[in-house]
Design a protein around this ligand. Structure first.
Ligand code: PHE
Length: 339
């Protein structure tokens, strides 16, 4: 029995806890009204006389050790509660600082801006609410021109002269009106079209348009500039300019990049052709230069435009354009590391 009690003394000495329930269980086990120590004291009368002295000593030792232990742990708990006080637990590690992330559209837009600023383009901006002249008429799209139907327009109330810009070409018109060639500018911004929203198109999206006007600017310069861009942006080095029509450029072309057909996704996004369209371009129509006060006999220029969402979708393999506007934190957080 004495050995058993000594074992318990060892157990009490080793006992440690952070937890109030465990401490209470400890108290009940050893010091409770039906606890072990009570039982041992009750046994005292049955202990042979010659062992009574030693038995009494160890059982008292067990009792004081258990009481001391209980007290010291209780004190520890109380001192912790004091630190928690009004300031909370001052010993707790600092909370991690929550860093936000840039929106993927801003990230890709900034990437495009960086690529063009490396070759001397500046950034120009203009109003999202435009007048007819800057969005259409100056761009060779007079009233009743059928090509206006290409860009379903949101008009402001009943005034047909005020509208939400359908492209950032309007910024280029403003820039040409205010600056003399040489002009090298890109115009990033939000544009609006009255289109049904689906996984591939939205009524609000972003464009980056570019304009280069100087003496002797040629179609070859346009192609080389676009090739440089696709190499930098996508790491792809093959492009194709497919004849097309825009009222403000002549000749005009769609810009296709050769994406390749290595994976199943490549097949899906290029519809099995390997080619992907990323925007439109062309040589600025002399009429547009004239409308903006630039001498069309002296200067020529090229222009191009592309959709930022489309590029972001390609780069980050995003399957639905609507995700950019839902602002689901789980989606946005994935761009944290890209700064
Ligand atoms: N403004 C055209 C669009 O929004 C794109 C474009 C820009 C085409 C410049 C040719 C030259 O569709």
């Amino acid at each position: 029995m004495i050995d058993k009690i000594k074992e318990y003394i060892g157990e009490v000495e080793a006992f440690q806890t952070q937890n109030k329930e465990e401490l209470e269980a400890f108290r009940i086990k050893f010091l409770g009204s039906k606890g072990l120590i009570k039982d041992f004291f009750a046994e005292f009368k049955n202990v042979p006389n010659e062992q009574k002295k030693e038995f009494g000593q160890v059982i008292n030792q067990l009792k004081t050790t258990a009481e001391d232990k209980l007290k010291s742990i209780q004190e520890l708990f109380e001192s912790k509660e004091e630190t928690v006080g009004i300031y909370g637990d001052l010993t707790r590690p600092a909370e991690p600082v929550k860093i936000g992330s840039r929106h993927p559209i801003s990230l890709v837009k900034n990437q495009i801006i960086d690529i063009f600023s490396n070759i001397g383009f500046n950034v120009s901006e203009g109003p999202e609410i435009e007048d007819d002249w800057h969005n259409f008429t100056a761009l060779n799209l007079p009233e009743y021109h059928p090509a206006r139907d290409m860009q379903d327009t949101f008009f402001i109330q009943t005034n047909p002269d005020i509208l939400l810009r359908t492209h950032t070409s309007s910024v280029q018109v403003r820039y040409m009106e205010e600056n003399k060639p040489p002009i090298r500018t890109i115009s990033p911004g939000r544009v609006f079209r009255n289109e049904a929203v689906s996984s591939r198109s939205h009524c609000i999206f972003h464009q980056v348009e570019g304009l280069y006007i100087d003496k002797d600017v040629s179609f070859a310069d346009l192609k080389q500039t676009l090739l440089y861009f696709t190499k930098e942006m996508f790491g792809k080095s093959k492009i194709r300019l497919r004849p097309s029509y825009f009222p403000f450029t002549e000749p005009s072309a769609e810009i296709d990049i050769y994406w390749g057909l290595k994976t199943e996704t490549d097949y899906r996004i290029t519809k099995g052709t390997g080619w992907l369209e990323i925007g439109g371009c062309g040589m600025v129509d002399p009429n547009v230069l004239k409308n903006c006060g630039i001498n069309a006999d002296e200067f020529t220029g090229f222009a191009f435009g592309m959709g930022v969402e489309r590029i972001a979708m390609l780069l980050h393999q995003i399957g639905d354009i609507r995700m950019f506007y839902e602002n689901d934190v789980r989606f946005l957080e994935q761009f944290k590391s890209s700064i």
